[in-house]
Design a protein around this ligand. Structure first.
Ligand SMILES: *Cc1c(COP(=O)(O)O)cnc(C)c1O
Length: 458
């Protein structure tokens, strides 16, 4: 029997600082722009986010201390195990050593609580009593409801209508944690009412739900409500770096070398940033590491969309962010990886791609489900449909290592389990899933809006 299947850290070995890639990125980051096309200052964000998080958003400090209270909350499920995927390696007959970081063991079942507890904490410190947010399939909404329950805060979640109706289990999780979850578009906001007046039967979208959640926060006259975003923004990437920092310590603990390949799926970019940014620092300092964000071919943000200024939401309430974007009106095809259907991408991840620090890959969902099923039948855990994108890429790399006869080290992020997403597996196993490509005409139609905005420098 081989040892070191799981590489564990003690609680006291968990990193006590987050890593901020903004300190080390080459070039200059394009600033967020206001409605007048001018860079916005921190004050412009103050109605939406608490100032302590805005400070993190714009910080260029390399290391940022994790507050004691946040460490305590993270200890509920962290450090997360690093697992050597011996059984998957064997099934693939690869000389590669495959490791994955299991973020599926958090209370909400994904990496999202890593930032949820931090964001709730900073809001509470700032005197905020209630958080609003949006959620697609419900992973982020449930993570934030969980975090708010730990801190005795209220949580209001606008959940994309189609998921609200078709995927009730995460709504129930939110309710169990004391969150208030409504279907979006709703009658509760102007943004929601406007959409409903025009399209009463709309399935909703993440862009609409973000508009509703931001509006609900900024129109609260008590001033005690703020909005919380589960991905994309710099401070979210920061909070997730605990994943990669732990992974580094774990690899060191077994005297493993730096990975040759680091892989994670990318929706808004947070679990990818979380695992990869600490290794990107090594790459910036000369290490040879291939870093791969994997996205769906049906929502090809990094691999096909332009690097542009765009809004994060449909109602254009958010500032313009410099990012890869399919256009804020993008309506994604109905693939099962709900967390990978966002039109935009983290500006930090976008910038890293522009500077050759990461090489994105787009995959179709059938290949990803096939990979997920192989993983489930070897390593035992049923992965989230999003996570299957990372696994499929890791399998490609492992096969490549076999062909090249190279003992590569492959590290990927297991961003979450799929126990709430079994309908996708059901369809896959019954031959009812198909691949979707974004047609050229749809691509043109959605990205048309970007022509109105300033063009960011690369
Ligand atoms: C939300 C989610 C993602 C995608 O979000 P990122 O911000 O790109 O990480 C990926 N995997 C799982 C399990 C998720 O819940």
């Amino acid at each position: 029997m081989k040892s070191n299947r799981k590489i564990l850290l003690e609680e006291h070995e968990m990193p006590r600082q987050w890593y901020n890639l903004a300190a080390d990125l080459p070039g200059t980051l394009n600033p967020p722009l206001g409605p007048d096309g001018q860079p916005i200052g921190p004050d412009a964000l103050a109605p939406v986010f608490p100032m302590n998080l805005i400070e993190q958003e714009v910080s260029t400090e390399r290391w940022i201390d994790i507050p004691e209270k946040v460490l305590e909350m993270l200890w509920l499920w962290r450090p997360s195990p690093l697992v050597r995927a011996y059984a998957l390696e064997k099934a693939l007959g690869t000389p590669a050593r495959i490791y994955y970081k299991n973020e599926g063991l958090s209370p909400a079942g994904s990496h999202k609580p890593n930032t949820a507890v931090a964001q709730a904490y900073y809001n509470k410190e700032f005197g905020i009593k209630r958080l609003t947010t949006e959620t697609g399939a419900g992973q982020w909404g449930s993570a934030l409801a969980f975090a708010c329950s730990l801190l005795g805060m209220e949580c209001k979640v606008f959940m994309v209508r189609v998921s609200f109706d078709q995927k009730p289990f995460r709504k129930m999780l939110m309710q169990a944690w004391g969150g208030d979850c409504v279907a979006s578009p709703s009658e509760e906001t102007q943004a929601g009412r406007d959409v409903l007046a025009q399209y009463p039967d709309t399935p909703g979208s993440l862009g609409i739900a973000i508009s509703e959640a931001v509006e609900a926060a900024v129109t609260d006259k008590t001033g005690q409500t703020r909005y919380s975003l589960g991905s994309v923004l710099n401070h979210v990437m920061l909070h997730q770096t605990i994943i990669g920092l732990e992974a580094k310590k774990q690899l060191e603990k077994i005297n493993e070398k730096l990975p040759d390949v680091v892989i994670a799926c990318a929706g808004g970019g947070s679990n990818f940033a979380g695992l990869s940014f600490p290794f990107m620092l090594d790459k910036i300092n000369g290490a040879e590491i291939e870093i791969i964000p994997v996205e769906p071919a049906s929502c090809p943000t990094l691999t096909r969309a332009p690097y542009a200024y765009d809004h994060g939401d449909l109602a254009k309430l958010t500032p313009l962010l410099a990012m890869y974007s399919l256009g804020h009106g993008f309506i994604p095809p109905p693939i099962h990886a709900g967390g990978l259907r966002y039109h935009g991408m983290s500006p930090l991840v976008s910038h890293a791609v522009n500077h050759g620090l990461a090489t994105p890959l787009a995959l179709h969902q059938l290949e990803c489900y096939e990979a997920g099923v192989l993983f489930a039948r070897t390593e035992g855990i049923i992965p989230a449909p999003e996570t299957n994108h990372a696994i499929a890429s890791a399998i490609r790399e492992a096969k490549k290592a076999r062909e090249e006869g190279k003992e590569k080290v492959i590290l990927f992020n297991f961003s979450g389990h799929g126990l709430m997403d079994l309908t996708g597996y059901d369809k896959f196993l019954h031959g009812q899933l198909e691949d979707y490509s974004l047609s050229d005409s749809e691509y043109e139609r959605f990205t048309e809006v970007l022509k109105e905005y300033p063009v960011p420098v690369r």
